[in-house]
Design a protein. Structure first.
Length: 187
């Protein structure tokens, strides 16, 4: 179910990009893209807005899981990688939120309550808190991998269909970092 939703989320970002190419500004949903934050703000298309609205809550949720993993993992390599993911995620959030402001993207989370790939749900986080030892490590690796894989897919979509140069640059940065973290996480 989540894999099908992952494909749908990536496809939705691509569709947003395609619609941006043909839509007049007045055709764009007001909730997704508001007026630019300043006259010098780069034009953000619906793909940029959708990417930001998806990445902000996804990163927030997974920073929590990475912090928990950094504290509780039994393997020092996993603890170290989780610390890196958490610290990087906090920095990424600052950049994502700045782009949200720059692009005039609505700050609401249209994905609240959705069970989406790459998102660690409240139930999954609670399960991680209840789990210990090697079972915790396996559980954390499963969810961190899903987050990193989805981040890479969404960054690829933003790079392909996004319009705002700062958003595309951040997507390229995130793709590079998260692909490297994914490789370190292993199979």
């Amino acid at each position: 179910m989540r894999r099908a939703f992952a494909a749908a989320a990536v496809a939705a970002l691509a569709v947003c990009g395609a619609l941006a190419a043909v839509a007049r500004p007045s055709d764009r949903p007001a909730a997704a893209v508001a007026a630019p934050a300043s006259p010098s703000a780069t034009a953000f298309n619906p793909t940029d807005a959708a990417w930001l609205q998806l990445l902000v809550p996804m990163t927030q949720q997974n920073v929590r899981l990475a912090e928990l993993t950094a504290e509780r993992a039994t393997g020092p390599g996993l603890r170290s990688l989780a610390s890196e993911i958490a610290a990087g995620g906090r920095g990424d959030l600052a950049r994502l939120q700045e782009l949200t402001r720059l692009g005039g993207v609505a700050g609401d989370n249209p994905h609240t309550g959705h069970d989406m790939p790459g998102f660690t749900t409240a139930a999954e986080y609670a399960e991680a808190e209840r789990t210990g030892g090697a079972d915790f490590d396996r559980y954390a690796v499963l969810h961190l991998r899903e987050y990193l894989e989805q981040s890479v897919r969404l960054a690829d979509s933003e790079s392909t269909a996004g319009a705002a140069a700062p958003a595309r640059q951040l997507a390229a940065d995130l793709r590079r970092t998260r692909a490297a973290q994914l490789a370190r996480l292993g199979p």
